[in-house]
Design a protein around this ligand. Sequence first.
Ligand code: H79
Length: 622
Amino acid sequence: MKHGFSRYFRALGSLPALLGVPLLFYGCQSGAFTEDEGAIHPMNRSQELAASGPGTNYAIDDPFTAARTAWWRQDRFGMFIHFGAYSHYEGEYTSPSGSVCKNAEWIKRECNIPMSEYEQFAKTFNPSGFDANAIASLAADAGQRYIVITSKHHEGYAMWPTKVNTWNLRDHSAFDKTRDILAELKRASDARGVKLGFYYSIWDWHDPDFPNASTFPKYKERMYAQLKELITNYHPAILWFDGEWDTTNPYNPWKAEDGEQLEAYLRDLDPNLIINNRVGKRRVADGDTGTPEQEIPNEPVLGQLWESCMTINGSWGYARHDQNWKSVTDLTRKLTTIASRSGNYLLNVGPDALGRVPAEAATRLRGMGSWLRANGQSNAVYQAESPGVVDEPSWGVVSRRGNKLYASVYNWPASGGSLTLHARTSFNVTGARVLGSSQTVNATRSGDTVTIRPNGGRVGDPTVIEVGIATAAPTPAGSGTGLSAQFWPNANFSGEPTVRRTDARVNYNWKFTGSPASQIPAETFSSRWTGSIEPRYSEAYTFIAMSDDTVRLWIDGQLVIDNTSPHGPQIDRGTVTLQAGHHHTIRLEQTERGGEASMKLLWMSPNTPQEIVPVTQLYPSP
Ligand code: H79
């Protein structure tokens, strides 16, 4: 993507190359991080290391298959907690003139509360009823395997005793000065095997240096310091950013370059962190996870893990006036729908002014937990994913765990009726049963239609039918070593390539500052990978390219992806039928014409979950 931004990050030297350490990005905006008295200096450490530059790849692994993300991909269900100084209002503000304004976590802005008054009110915030053990127990009872709590929302108020400023629950409240609710929640979560992550808003309505491009670097320094506190003091499993978008009132200076720098900084502090895409500009090239909000994508998301965050009523922060609670059935259907499309569900609760989770929310969460535990329905959710081998039906959703399909039935057939599935590949049906029922279930396949006929009533909503399948065995993993790669220091493949090598996989996120090799400038280059690809199943494979600025992909000489209009990080796809064990020729081209650059090649098929095409199945040109 073309960008007019100056490159303010420069390679400072070759220390990482000498040490043989992976190149990560540590540039500083020149003059950005000043020596404020008493401030923590997050960039000092980074200055000891060298900056990145040409040769840097920011893609640290394949999030679809990495051990780092394994728990997140299996656990599927988390608790979001919105809790901050806004919770003290419980969703209602009465202005000095007596008029009442209703909102929740945006109450300061939407109800035009002057900051001085907001600060004054926060001094009396005393969430003495915050019970971390009760919250972690509730999450565990609900079947939620992780918690993400707001450490700082847009109001800028820190929920832990940060040393960076006094706008926090320790220094600016009526709360017990010996308590630290994030530490309490960490301990309580650990004790129950529940992972803990932190939401952190980039957008900050309180810090006077935030909304001004010239002072923003000072804000960024404090933000880095706070994030370092969170990582080193509480070891979160997830950092969940928000408030990255372009906006005024107040103005938000956050740019994609800021995201590139921040993500590298965080991954150096903790390489196991899972980071959402709002760390950058909410794009497929940013962070590990896509973040649909209050919506569920219609199909599995391409190119990135994903998680839908949703409210349990209609508000994120506690709002007394909002009694619009979703039903257990609605919430459970959302959970199965999300799992059937290989996503995660981050379901929010907003504790009240005293820090207590509303009883209405707790009841519903426990109802979901009961459903998950009742008859093995949890198999439809944990470690389950998009089925691949069948289309999504109109009567519900289908998830898959190995050779079991879990059909979550929303619309149960009338007596004697049946449910049908459309098959995308060859497999046999080996049997079926309704979880929690002894009724017989007839399941047969004829052509591409699988017919499932239960012989009794439903068991809960959704009712889950487990369908056993036998799929064709894959051919053994290949013995590939990767594709032949060539790189040119120009955008049109002209002349001899400067770099030739074998690439184990095509998994590059060069962003603004990186490039394929130290000899290739970050601004302008072209890349070509050739060789052959060996599928392990005979079926339709969809190739997925995440690219920036252009991409073309040929399989067996056929152009299956063709996007030569220069673009920012973008997904393109093309589908071809391949033969198991056969070597199909492949040619992939990418060009970079300024700004950011990336090139990832993924595939999926009915029996292959989405992944970066693995090295074992790629062979260089002869
Ligand atoms: O933290 C939660 C929200 O506060 C935040 N993201 C989730 C996870 C969020 N930011 N923006 N939005 C949600 C959507 C923006 C909604 C808006 Fe409005 C409509 C902003 C102004 C009008 C909602 C209604 C917020 C204030 C009034």
